[in-house]
Write a new protein. Structure first.
Length: 342
């Protein structure tokens, strides 16, 4: 089915298609008679052998939706009906912000890739928290990750305050947190991956976490463009701050070995999809081996097939996430990966 509609979708602007598709999906789930059942029947796949317990949370299956797809948590129920074991919302910032000018999302079909420079467009943490509060009352079993960031206007020296604000607002309504310091589309954000600023943010959040009574897992999402020595620092920082784990990886700035036209390749932003498959797996393997599996890793980057997901698990990931593969392969990919894990 997806193979029939995909060529049509790919004729239009990627961001417009995204909004069009998620809105239709939501309509099917909420308004079409038996729509919910239809989605579940077609896409949902459950088996007791797929469950995973990672950082104290029991996941129904190890395949999640990566951050950025449902930034404001508007489509969680419908996306969950497609079979995802968990949904990561965000990146959300304290204040709403429009993000970068359009166009800011580009398909590179020859490379099965996407370049995006969205720039953390989102409706702000208060809107997200209110929506998740209602959702959690209705569906306490849907596992939700809250991916948090800083507003563009916030200087890096005050970034920790933005992370603290998002953390406090979302604490009651998400199952785990992701500190995003690895998006290439907020000027200077990736500098927060340096040892000093990163330790400040993570130790402050972990201190807040411990004050709350019931601790929520905090994960750090990293870029695939870090050197091995920077990855060594990341291991040290995770162990020192005692956060729960790492998400590897975000999008890359690397443009090597692409088949697409120069114009497309040279669009600024982060590249995701196929060209990222091997690099993100390498980062997972390095972190897992070098740290002696000291913390769980969620593997993300260029998963377009069950084999890609298996490779990430083999490299040391406990769970995986999809974004670009979901666009290129369609929702059937989730079930195919699930089946391959049995
Ligand atoms: C359009 C788009 C928007 C994204 N927005 C975010 C975001 O807001 N926060 C984040 O942590 N990652 C974001 N990502 C990165 C993805 O979560 C993921 O880490 C990356 O795309 C690699 O996975 P993939 O190859 O399966 O797409 C975005 C990716 C895309 C394609």
């Amino acid at each position: 089915m997806y193979n029939i509609v995909k060529p049509l979708f790919f004729k239009f602007d990627p961001e417009q298609v995204h909004h069009f598709v998620v809105k239709r999906l939501n309509w099917v789930y909420h308004h079409l008679p038996f729509g919910k059942q239809l989605l579940k029947l077609n896409y949902h796949f459950s088996d007791p052998s797929l469950t995973r317990e990672v950082f104290g949370i029991k996941f129904p299956n190890p395949i999640g939706l990566a951050a950025g797809f449902d930034k404001n948590g508007e489509y969680i129920e419908a996306l969950s009906a497609l079979g995802f074991g968990f949904i990561e919302v965000g990146t959300v910032t304290p204040l709403p912000q429009p993000g970068n000018d359009l166009p800011r999302m580009f398909r590179l079909p020859q490379d099965e890739a996407i370049i995006n420079r969205m720039g953390f467009n989102n409706k702000g943490v208060d809107t997200l928290a209110a929506r998740l509060r209602t959702l959690k009352q209705k569906h306490p079993n849907i596992i939700i990750g809250g991916n948090i960031g800083k507003n563009k206007a916030t200087p890096n020296e005050e970034a920790y305050l933005d992370y603290e604000k998002c953390f406090n607002r979302l604490f009651e309504v998400v199952d785990y947190f992701v500190v995003n310091v690895s998006s290439p589309n907020t000027p200077g954000l990736r500098e927060l991956q340096e040892k000093g600023p990163l330790l400040t943010i993570l130790t402050k959040l972990q201190a807040l976490n411990l004050e709350k009574g019931s601790v929520k897992p905090i994960l750090l999402k990293i870029a695939p463009d870090l050197t091995n020595s920077q990855l060594d620092d990341i291991i040290e920082i995770v162990l020192t701050s005692k956060i729960a784990g790492v998400i590897a990886t975000n999008t890359t700035l690397n443009r090597a070995d692409l088949k697409s036209s120069e114009t497309l390749k040279n669009e600024s932003g982060g590249l995701s999809g196929r060209p990222l498959t091997n690099r993100s797996t390498e980062v997972i393997r390095y972190l897992s081996e070098k740290s002696n599996k000291a913390f769980p890793i969620i593997g993300v980057g260029g998963i377009h097939s069950p084999q890609d997901a298996q490779a990430k698990i083999k490299a040391g990931a406990s769970l995986v996430q999809l974004y670009s593969g979901f666009i290129y392969e369609g929702p059937g990919l989730i079930k195919r990966i699930c089946k391959s894990f049995i």
